[in-house]
Write a protein that binds this ligand. Sequence first.
Ligand code: TXA
Ligand code: MG
Length: 338
Amino acid sequence: MAQVRHPMRQRVVKDRNTIRFSNSDRGIRAAVSFLRKSGLVAFPTETVYGLGADARDERAVAGIYRAKGRPAYNPLIVHTADAQAGIRLIDLPDAGVKAAEMFWPGPLTLVAPVRMDSGIAEVCRAGAPTLAVRVPAHPLARALLQAFSGPLAAPSANMSGHVSPTTADHVMEELTGRIDGVLDGGSCDVGLESTILGFDPDGTPRLLRPGGVPVEILEAALGTIRSGIVTEDAAPTAPGQLSSHYAPGAVVRLNADKPAAGEAWLGFGAGPEIYPTVALNLSASGDLGEAAKNLFACLRQLDEWMDGSGTIAIAPIPCTGLGQAINDRLRRAAAPRS
Ligand code: TXA
Ligand code: MG
């Protein structure tokens, strides 16, 4: 497979023996013992695999940035075992407490001013006064957090700017030699990262990233959600929301009605009359949940078949429900690369 072009990749040293931990008490104990020694262990969540480190340990968290080639200005999400532990880390307005009570555990991240006594290493926030917190619903993530009995900082377990991993194999393909291990929990159910909500000074929620909880569902529960997704490259005030992100090596062409000669095809619902040899369907029945779950694995597979070059043409996806997050990730995958 051709090298996927990533400038940070060259600078990362492969100096670790990466272990695959099984989905068992023994696997969890082994993962915890590495985390207690400032190690880096990837684990499954219901959204995507996260690359975990002790969120109270400056050195461990610095290792996450190094392993991923992640820019130092891009802060991390801290994961806790339950909503009470999560709520204690940040000063949430009323709507935030309500969101935590209704949607945790689940694919929702809340961003609010960090509490002075949170004990979270500053490097997790990358200089921001706010902290992003999430309580994952995946049973193995919860078992790991409980056994570790502390907060875990965890960005998606991929090289910075690349497509998020939804299986332990994806993690191994990209991070072998750079991390201590991956806890193998099979494939992720949701398949897209969490929805991120921040709060304006008046306490009104603001959508920072569409994701696993559709915004319509949040609005029905919380009332108005302002929208504030920033997609410009030079926008460190909205860290991580870079326009080119979640990017495969191949060029991506969106809202295509059919593939042009030589293009690979990623369909949704009923396909075009003629399929190219290199083709996959996100959901033949047009189900957005199924499409979300398949999205990143399909992009990886097509990219591999295309040897990280050429063009992937992608069928239009409706922009409702999970379709909003799918289209957000596809736009980033299609954005010009820096
Ligand atoms: O589903 C998910 O959210 C997964 C799983 C592993 O939990 N995590 C994930 O992490 O997607 P990551 O690092 O790939 O994306 C987190 C996003 C980044 O865009 C980051 O900039 C943003 O959250 N973020 C983190 N802290 C923030 C803060 N204080 N203010 C604004 N954005 C923040
Ligand atoms: Mg990520």
